[in-house]
Design a binder for this molecule. Structure first.
Ligand SMILES: NC(=O)c1ccc[n+]([C@@H]2O[C@H](COP(=O)([O-])OP(=O)(O)OC[C@H]3O[C@@H](n4cnc5c(N)ncnc54)[C@H](OP(=O)(O)O)[C@@H]3O)[C@@H](O)[C@H]2O)c1
Length: 367
């Protein structure tokens, strides 16, 4: 499928004649008062939003909206970079309707890096000028904009060694990779056993972090990717690489005949029957995109005391792990593989690229 994003973005001023025109829920309050002390109180910002379910990249509109104001336990960020995850456009498609988005119009994207410009009254750990990485809530979104409010519980300091683009890649994708490996039995405190792991779609956002994290604790990694990314996988440390379009790759057979103690499945649609013969006696498959049947089958395997297990994963990023991941990037032990970078004015091209499903690493929007 050829996707042709519009060549030029146009900015449409948003009419501000009543509280219901504001895109962010907090602006609907009749009590809304811009913080008198805020350096940006009463000003507007550029943002990209959509007004309903569906429509893909063509439904993204460039608008001018009020800069949000932080609540007492939030920080206001001047955004420098945001990274797109498949969940962002899956929410637009209606995959989590009617729960998300909470309200239209909606400014999408959760994973951001930027600089603190204002803090709520209860904030002690951050001050204006601090550089941070943050995960915004899926409910409120806000990443495709010049400013966003972030809660403290998913905002961490970003040292100078971590660029905004690299930091913005981390929250969803690297946290998911870390939690998937932990679900597969990996330990990051030095107490773990050697494991053979298979990481499918290792060239994607989640997979490219998972390969590096697994090698950091010396697991044996077999990675699957397309032929064009085989050398990249080796450079990230993968011990064996399978081209997923080859016949051995389709069967997921380890070239050295190893059985997998854990599979971190970052693809969509590989059947249990393909994984099962490749698993060790107590092997587990961690489905990063769990289907309803994977939830059912995981329960059946528990009830029947099956040795080989299914783990449907819904990652829940947390501050401690985000700090750990930022620290690894600072120390040069983890890197964000960047597929491509787009300015905010071309955010719809970044969106289309993610929907296309062939990114190598992370797609970044620079703001
Ligand atoms: N459960 C959670 O909490 C959670 C969190 C994050 C992500 N996810 C989900 O996890 C999935 C992966 O996310 P992502 O950000 O890594 O996606 P992504 O970056 O868009 O993945 C794209 C990559 O996957 C590769 N790929 C696609 N099908 C493949 C296959 N059958 N075998 C090997 N490689 C394949 C593509 O390679 P080619 O270009 O060579 O085809 C491309 O490099 C998505 O469905 C996402 O929604 C879930």
């Amino acid at each position: 499928m050829v996707i042709s994003p519009p060549e030029r973005a146009t900015f449409q001023p948003l009419k501000l004649e009543g509280p219901h025109n504001f895109p962010n829920r907090r602006f609907r309050s009749w009590n809304f008062q811009p913080m008198a002390s805020s350096p940006v109180a009463g000003k507007t910002m550029r943002a990209v939003q959509y007004g309903g379910y569906g429509g893909g990249f063509a439904a993204l509109k460039h608008v001018e909206v009020p800069i949000p104001s932080p609540k007492k336990d939030e920080v206001l960020l001047k955004l420098e970079a945001a990274s797109i995850n498949p969940v962002d456009w899956k929410i637009q498609k209606g995959a989590i309707r009617p729960f998300l988005p909470a309200k239209f119009p909606f400014i999408p994207v959760s994973d951001v890096a930027g600089e603190v410009t204002d803090v709520g009254s209860a904030v002690k750990d951050f001050k204006a000028g601090d550089k941070v990485v943050s995960m915004l809530s899926f409910k409120n979104g806000g990443g495709l904009a010049e400013y966003a409010v972030a809660s403290l519980n998913l905002t961490v300091h970003r040292p100078p060694e971590v660029s905004a683009a690299d930091g913005s890649g981390l929250p969803v994708a690297a946290s998911t990779a870390l939690q998937a490996l932990k679900s597969g039995g990996a330990k990051f405190d030095g107490t773990g056993k050697p494991l053979n792991v298979l990481i499918t779609a290792a060239s994607g956002g989640v997979g490219s972090y998972a390969v590096q994290l697994a090698k950091l604790i010396d697991l044996h990694v077999t990675a699957t990717c397309g032929a064009r990314n085989i050398e990249l996988m080796k450079s990230l440390g993968a011990d064996e690489v399978l081209d997923y379009k080859s016949s051995d790759g389709a069967k997921l057979n380890s070239p050295s005949g190893k059985k997998y103690d854990a599979v971190i499945d970052c693809t969509v649609g590989i059947d249990w029957s393909t994984f099962e013969p490749n698993l060790s006696d107590n092997g587990k498959v961690i489905y990063v995109t769990p289907s309803p049947s994977s939830f059912l089958n995981s329960v059946i395997k528990k009830l029947t005391f099956a040795k080989k297990k299914i783990v449907p994963l819904i990652a829940a990023p947390n501050k401690e792990e985000l700090e750990f991941l930022v620290g690894l990037v600072k120390e040069g032990k983890l890197k964000t593989v960047v597929d491509s970078k787009y300015p905010l004015s071309k955010a719809e091209e970044a969106w289309a690229k993610s929907i296309d499903g062939h990114a190598t690493g992370k797609i970044i929007v620079e703001i």
